[in-house]
Design a protein around this ligand. Structure first.
Ligand SMILES: [Zn+2]
Length: 188
């Protein structure tokens, strides 16, 4: 009886915290990771929940005008969830100024929340991003982002809803007493 200890094969799927362009193209070509859950509605049901603009962008793969949203210049802490199904997609810590006119991120909050698809429309070869839970169109991802991921998730602001980073943070149990207002003059 041979006792071949093939250690290592199981550990091959070492979780890379930062995804990169080869991950994205692999998923777009060979299929996406399973979503954490699914939300499925008919077009009529989505129409009841969304404005015409929201429906056009998230359900019909539209694109908002560049620089049309203040969200481009918003870098306060917080999280961004899918407009349609409230799945958490991005954290403000991964948001950066791309000067593209659309909110831009380097990576999502979790691997399975975004799906990637080859998009050859408009005679371009791009990778479309959708919400993996409800299939809402988000935008595209490009390989020209900053390190470490090198990715630029170029996302329609309409497809996102920003939520404050409160109440989800229960590990901050100790209440910090702030005596006296920290007078920070509006010097800018
Ligand atoms: Zn969604």
């Amino acid at each position: 009886m041979q006792h071949d200890d093939h250690a290592g094969t199981a550990g091959r799927s070492s979780p890379t915290q930062t995804l990169n362009w080869s991950d994205v193209t692999r998923w777009a070509t060979h299929g996406n990771l399973p979503p954490p859950r699914r939300v499925e509605k008919t077009d009529a049901q989505w129409r009841e929940l969304l404005t015409d603009e929201q429906f056009g962008i998230t359900r019909l793969k539209g694109t908002e005008r560049a620089h049309s949203s203040e969200m481009c210049r918003l870098f306060e802490p917080g999280r961004y969830q899918c407009l349609c199904c409230a799945t958490l997609l991005f954290d403000a810590s991964s948001k950066f100024e791309s000067h593209s006119g659309w909110p831009s991120f380097t990576q999502p909050v979790a691997l399975g929340v975004i799906a990637y698809h080859q998009d050859n429309s408009h005679s371009m070869n791009r990778i479309e991003t959708t919400c993996n839970v409800c299939d809402a169109h988000l935008g595209h991802v490009f390989p020209d982002g900053p390190e470490p991921s090198g990715l630029r998730f170029c996302i329609n602001a309409v497809s996102l809803k920003k939520i404050a980073d409160v109440s989800t943070n229960l590990d901050n149990k100790h209440s910090e007493e702030q005596t006296g207002p920290t007078t920070k003059g509006a010097s800018s």
